[in-house]
Write a protein that binds this ligand. Sequence first.
Ligand code: ADP
Length: 185
Amino acid sequence: MKIEVNGNSLELMIGDITKQSTEAIVNAANGTLMGGGGVDGAIHQAAGSELVEECKKIREEDLDGNYLRTGKAVITQGYDLPAKFVIHTVGPVWDGNNQVASEQLEESYLNSLNLAKENGITSITFPSISTGVYRYPVQLASVIALHTIVEFLQNNRFGDVTMTLFSERDYQVYKKALKGVLEKI
Ligand code: ADP
């Protein structure tokens, strides 16, 4: 499913994000930035070990040794990935508190998009942040993700945004959510 928003495009697709050749891909990272399971592990595996080296440097030099906070985003090179850049963001862990988690999830998408724009990036693809190991219900997360992206595109000349979903089920949930978001604008 592909739509146009203010001269930008937004597309939902099914696929493996490590194979995408948008200028940037987004990683649903954890605060350590050292890799992990799920999409994070797949991205680190495909990018090669230079990625973790750059992440270590960011932790030491930019974050004073601290973890990347939930909702924040940082950018690295893509190394062996088809994508030139990886934007790493930490989504919220679902604990049943919809209010706090939804604000943090919105921040993850928005900070990633703003960081991409600041770096002159015009095409980006997102995974379904927080809906795997972090257990955020995909029906709720999809509405927040798409509402945030659509609003950003309404306010910016950006380019192309895609969501690379990992299953037919997720794709159908996001498709329904997008229809709902578009009805409200
Ligand atoms: P989180 O910890 O933020 O929940 P996960 O990696 O556990 O992150 O899951 C986020 C989403 O990414 C899930 O929908 C999962 O199915 C999906 N995913 C896992 N591997 C890939 C991949 N290679 N490409 C795209 N999506 C993926």
